[in-house]
Design a protein around this ligand. Sequence first.
Ligand code: GDP
Ligand code: IMO
Ligand code: MG
Length: 430
Amino acid sequence: MAIDVLLGLQWGDEGKGKIVDYLSPNYDIIARFQGGPNAGHTLVLNGKKHVLHTVPSGIFRKGIINLIGNGVVVDPTILVGELAQLEEAGVDYQERLLLARKAHLILPSHRMLDAASEASKGKQKIGSTLRGIGPTYMDKAGRNGLRIGDIEADDFRLKYRALKLKHLELARLYPHVDFDLEGEERAWFEAIDKLANLQRVDCAYYLSEQIAAGKKVLAEGAQGSMLDIDFGTYPFVTSSNTTTSGVCTGLGIPPTSIGEVIGISKAYCTRVGGGPFPTELEGEIGEEVRRAGGEFGATTGRPRRCGWIDLPQLRYSIILNGVTQVTLTKIDVLDTFDQIGVCTGYMIDGKETKNLPFDIDCTDIEPIYQYFEGWKTDLSKLTSFDQLPAAAKTLVAFIEDTLGVPFTLISTGPEREALLVKEKKVGVAV
Ligand code: GDP
Ligand code: IMO
Ligand code: MG
């Protein structure tokens, strides 16, 4: 049985959480494979909003296992906070949640270093969520990190202390930042004790047994392809592989196990934090998209930068991920617009191209737009794809034809039910 993958094709916040929640009854296991609490995945269930940071987005469904994979970096304090919110919402997560022993731990001093590193960058700030993601993956690659499985060892506190001392040395290279390290440490160790009650697994063995037993797995991505450490808009990226390749290393599964790759894209585009964004709309139209789309970060509350959908960018993400089907989200946000822009190419040095340049940050890119008529209709109440106004169908067909990948679902609102099935695909029982 194959593992299907769901991931973001832009700069994150494409609506992954909502779609994972919707699709999860078709699967036995939902598994996060990378990133950490920099993610904010929103689900709206019966009018109530839930934001998940570390826990996979299938947690609200009974009888489905949710696995935090080895490629994820875990902040115990944040995870325990999420669990408390789940308890409040009446979710019995104990039987449904598994934690990979090889997942790395975010220490309070990783967060301190993240803040100090950003403070040292001035204008070149990445706009990190300051959740300690970069420093934790640095320690993983530098072979210094602590993992969930280390909590069980007798010398865990000694190892913790040695790593913290290294961080304090490193912090001297950066400007001073206010950070209550002692207070954060107390909360962190309390959280570590609570995590001891969670079920832990050796991810690779667990998944290979489950797959052999015919169980269906959906791998849930965090961030988006343009934030991938290797292929994103470097250095304005996160520190993990957010693309399909990250599923293999982040869960311990072979490439031959990958089945459908479901790419999520908004009907426009957003980015939060610094870095290049060719189709950004800085004036009134961008402001209108932000207002209509409620484009404020689910993790940090920061206003998201907004712009038109960028087809060369999406084409790049589709190539990188081997996308087999696309879900288009937030089309309802465009309900009131007279005209909707679609970027079909870039002008660079007087030449037209469909490829992203190597140094996208330092290249003068002029997007080429084709404009489509708006539909000026409320899409949020529609119940089938056929009911979409002709203008909306024309826009979807143009994007789909240009990208050459089938569009299967069209999302028309934040609620679980606000979704139009365009095409059923074998593999994922939409
Ligand atoms: P994720 O990080 O990819 O899971 O996305 P976020 O949760 O950070 O951001 C997506 C936001 O859009 C959330 O507030 C969702 O509730 C909301 N959302 C998801 N799909 C739709 C949609 O089709 N229409 C509208 N209007 N909102 C949506
Ligand atoms: P989800 O999963 C949008 C951005 C940050 C910053 C850069 C690096 O909700 O789509 P980091 O904290 O990783 O050091 O930040 O990446 N970023 C996201 N933007 N959605 C996310 O996650 C993001 N996670 C990180 O804003 O620009
Ligand atoms: Mg998000």
